[in-house]
Design a protein around this ligand. Structure first.
Ligand code: V55
Length: 407
């Protein structure tokens, strides 16, 4: 930073405060700061408004997919998030076939409903549960785990992996000199990666000679000349993306939807009585508390101006979609969960060429998970003995969600 820069409240924002609750800080940023502003705590700019995020995300010629320093340290480089041009096209073509809505419709009910039923059966007669650990995370990881072909990896192992990768990916604090402020914070990610390799490498060895219908087998074989497979080193960074965000976020969304509805008891009752409202409840939930709150970056390929802010070539901008989705210029009373608000587009799944490839699949997992939960336990209530503690800036959702019901 230049020596003439005047110290402001923005300079004293810490990653810890953001993780506890980014909302009041971003509310003030949207009100008092430029829509794209440098945040010293992370050594990057952040885009805070809907207009700024949309403008950057939709211009993929100027704004390339990029990965934050902590993200690159966690996944390695060459993930789908930060490849551009033909390599990015190849990775999208690799992941998209099983995620196309018409394809998802063919398998998702048979995949997810039995998984949801199995986990519900484990606690539905208990009269109480932590819906995050016992249900939302379980349904999320088992559904994608089975789709990928990781049937032999336990759900608790998949949960451990995404938790460890997430801690590492979001270890975003930087020193003034551009060094990681907490280098030891990458250890969980390093451990998870080593364990993933030790378990997935033998599976890949087998898929190379015995292709099957699993998504990872398709990643290896699809679009390759006969007798050839994609190099595993090419695939792994994108597999880590899935083993973090795609594993974690449907679970966050299931839990945040329940928490949002609990903030409006009358709306909660309406959704229990009419499951066709669940789709609307999910869209409002991911607007209200976006699971991927601030985890993806773009880099300017040349000097440019965004919403009046001049940015030099090479500027890296963190897309704070969770803030864009609470932009007062787009939504009335944005901090309130409201099933009845006039639907407006949101940015919970990003936009443009790097927009989420799993939007439809994830939304279906969330929908079926909630349908089965509300069907099995229509008298579900919040357990008021526990606070609902939302946590996270990169990724956000309730840490625990305690429910009770009469059995
Ligand atoms: C992002 C998404 C991820 C992830 C890390 O959009 C960052 C950002 C879908 O998974 O693992």
């Amino acid at each position: 930073m230049s020596t003439t820069t005047v110290s402001t409240w923005i300079d004293s924002i810490t990653v810890e405060e953001l993780e506890k609750d980014p909302n009041p800080i971003y509310e003030r940023l949207r009100k008092e700061a430029a829509p794209v502003v440098f945040l010293p705590a992370i050594g990057l700019h952040v885009a805070t408004t809907a207009e700024a995020c949309r403008e950057i995300a939709s211009n993929s010629e100027l704004w390339y997919g990029f990965i934050s320093p902590a993200g690159g340290r966690t996944f390695g480089h060459g993930a789908i998030l930060n490849e551009n041009g033909p390599l990015h096209e190849d990775l999208r073509e690799m992941v998209e076939p099983s995620l196309k809505p018409s394809v998802v419709d063919q398998y998702v009910e048979d995949l997810v409903r039995p998984i949801a039923r199995k986990f519900l059966a484990e606690f539905e007669n208990d009269g109480h549960a932590d819906l995050v650990a016992q249900y939302a995370e379980q349904v999320s990881v088992r559904s994608l785990g089975d789709l990928l072909g990781l049937n032999s990896v336990s759900s608790d192992k998949l949960r451990e992996w995404f938790h460890k990768l997430s801690v590492s990916f979001t270890n975003a604090a930087m020193t003034e000199d551009g060094e990681f402020a907490n280098p030891e914070g990458f250890t969980p990610g390093d451990e998870a990666r080593a364990e993933i390799r030790s378990i997935v490498d033998p599976l890949i060895d087998n898929w190379i000679v015995n292709p099957d219908h699993s998504m990872l087998s398709h990643w290896l074989h699809d679009g390759m000349p006969a007798g050839q497979t994609r190099d595993r080193e090419y695939i792994y960074p994108t597999l880590y993306v899935d083993l973090l965000g795609a594993m974690q976020e449907p679970g966050h969304a299931i839990a945040s939807t329940v928490a949002g509805l609990w903030s409006r008891p009358e709306q909660f009752e309406r959704v229990i009585d009419d499951p066709s409202l669940i789709r609307r409840a999910i869209q409002e939930s991911v607007r209200w508390t976006s699971p991927i709150w601030s985890a993806t970056t773009r880099q300017a390929q040349q000097a440019t101006t965004v919403q009046g802010v001049d940015l030099p070539e090479g500027t890296v901008v963190m897309m704070s979609y969770g803030s864009a989705n609470r932009d007062e210029n787009v939504y009335n009373a944005p901090s309130e969960y409201d099933l009845d608000r006039r639907p407006a587009p949101h940015l919970a799944f990003g936009a443009g060429k790097h927009g989420c490839a799993g939007t439809y699949f994830a939304t279906e997992v969330i929908r079926i998970g909630l349908e089965e939960l509300f069907e099995a336990i229509p008298n579900l209530e919040r357990d008021e003995d526990h606070e609902i503690d939302f946590w996270g800036w990169g990724f956000r959702g309730p840490k625990e969600l305690h429910a009770k019901w009469e059995v």
